[in-house]
Design a protein around this ligand. Sequence first.
Ligand code: FES
Length: 98
Amino acid sequence: MYVCICNAVTEDAVHQCLAHGARNSKEVKERTGMKPGCGSCTKRLCAMVSEWRTASELMDAMTGGPAALQAVTSETTDVPPLTVEVGADQDRRVEEAA
Ligand code: FES
């Protein structure tokens, strides 16, 4: 669905801008190339930015904030492979299912 008919900017385009770091309607307008027009999209665009920020802040509060990036070093690549032990109960369930 179009958010701005004058500039043919869709909701998907606005969401992509927000997902890639735009933090306010001005940044969304710059990134989507929205030029001044009739102005009837301003209220909808501001609401979308507000909804995105609220959802983003809620997600950060629930998860403890954005995950910190961790550098990959030679120490982190020497992690032994994960092994899974299959117990006798699991073997029996596999046989029963067959
Ligand atoms: S609908 Fe966006 S400027 Fe007209």
